[in-house]
Design a protein around this ligand. Sequence first.
Ligand code: ADP
Ligand code: ZN
Length: 655
Amino acid sequence: MAETAQVGDGGSEALATLHRVFGYEAFRGEQEAVVDHVVAGGDAVVLMPTGGGKSLCYQIPSLVRPGTGIVVSPLIALMQDQVDALRALGVRAGFMNSTQDFDERRVVEAEFLAGELDLLYLAPERLRLEGTLDLLSRGKISLFAIDEAHCVSQWGHDFRPDYLALSLLGERWPDVPRLALTATATHATHREITERLNMPSARHFVASFDRPNIQYRIVSKTDPKKQLLSFLREEHPGDAGIVYCLSRNSVEKTAEFLSRNGVEAVPYHAGLDAGTRAAHQSRFLREEGLVVVATIAFGMGIDKPDVRFVAHLDLPKSVEGYYQETGRAGRDGLPSTAWMAYGLNDVIQQRKLIQSGEGDEAFRRRAQSHLDAMLALCETVHCRRGQLLAYFGQDPDPAGCGNCDSCLTPPETWDGTVAAQKVLSTVVRLKRERGQKFGAGQIIDILLGKRTAKVIQFDHDQLSVFGIGEELTETEWRGVARQLLAQGLLAVEGEYGTLVLTEASGTVLRREREVPLRKEPKKPATARSAGGGRGERKAKAAAAELPAELAPAFEALRAWRAEQAREQGVPAYVIFHDATLREIATVWPTSVGQLGGISGVGEKKLATYGEGVVAVLAGLEGPSAASTPAAGPGAGPAPHSGEDDWPEQEPEDWE
Ligand code: ADP
Ligand code: ZN
């Protein structure tokens, strides 16, 4: 059969390209099926988690099929880096966007028309211009890849009107295969992409959404900046990472606080001018160990492989958003952490935002259900990963993942029925007896019997519920209120975030149901206190699990890489990923030929850097018998602790 033969040939050519150009051993998960399908000329809708490996799904077919692969991407600021990374692999890539001047664009156009480009990156707004369409008609196109395809969804979190115009590509080029790729996985978005891009006959590929190397942890928020600092100092000293905050103000303050306390951090939000934003993004990509504190404006499409942690200081609005943001950690497959501090005020603030926000009732309801799913994730006593995968319609391991806080330190629950009744009764009494509504702070002060100025002002010490809650601490009461809000047993109203009952509150007050609650941990779990292999972890993740004898080689290779990157003005990972350097240090190739067998070392890189790498190793004392590959990585003693280098004094902002 002709078709099978074609697929088969394309398949082996694809695999050969994977080896030769990218230096990778094998396709991952769905990649092979997608590549085969597109090489054979089919349309595809591809859902893969962030870091799952979407790029190869269109890069390989673009190399295998005749003509240029057109990649539509909204990420103008990243195109230069993407193209640089491809050129470093020997791929003929170019881009066209508004950052170029006329001459630069002319060069790219000429290359395209001459058939000298394997890949051409374009911003979606370009494709609305007749001039661009006309140019494309005059060249040969191998495929269209529509990256970040969820941008077509009007209900999504990142709608771009320019994406709607992309449906015409199919009409204008009916014979050119199209791929739509996204990391946003809900069925609604999936359907919308297919409809709006007019791809009814596309095959759908859904990869596993699991990112096993990311450890998910959600801690109870007490003093977020201080908690963040301890997390960074204890677990990620010197590591690159992203901290997400909701407001520009908290972004600025947090970046300042971290910098003042010895963690190099820069802010990123839409209020900064474009030049500053670009400079900070570029530093993040190029430097090692920089922390970016950002609103959600930062991070889409950033393919820095060695982001070791993503921290949230505020509650994301949806599980989709959370998963996309946390997915930016650990693209290189090395251990990484998704850490979030979450508390009562987050729930109140988000509920308030939805109520006072724009949009009609349907929009509000949708926002509400997104938030509810996010809250359910925060409050679950079960495996976080399990909950995430189930949310994306995939089957989790019923035994748990072993790499989230719930699995590492199973949370305790307690019967919070009476506590819940106390909170709800206080709300009821204020309403019935005084015609008043108050926020959580006042309710808790009343329960605790605190005679604050505000309590005295309103005579709340005369209420029968005054002081009936002294058995719990303030933190614990905040935990109760938070969980009641999360479970919909209590609601927030108005601009002051006052607490009111919901329909479901009655069932608690009438003792028709129990209210199991998650216990507030006395001391929040860390990877260290959680035990297990990672508890031993002290040095930077990049060097972690590498035998001590190999650390000098790894560091020497990194230093060599930094120099190369500086000379060429590209991010270090464009030269080689950390994972590749680790493998090089482990295998210790003594010839260029041996180096070629290592994952991430393709033909071009071998030719460019082979001798340099071998020379770096030749200049070092060889590995001892204990750390030869036969002994395996991790066989040596634990890596040297970098902890001693860290200042002991309390950070300035601590109370
Ligand atoms: P996505 O676009 O889905 O977020 P990327 O395409 O950036 O993910 O890939 C994530 C990382 O995984 C990249 O560093 C890439 O080099 C690496 N990668 C992808 N596919 C493979 C593979 N088959 N073998 C080894 N590494 C891979
Ligand atoms: Zn788990």
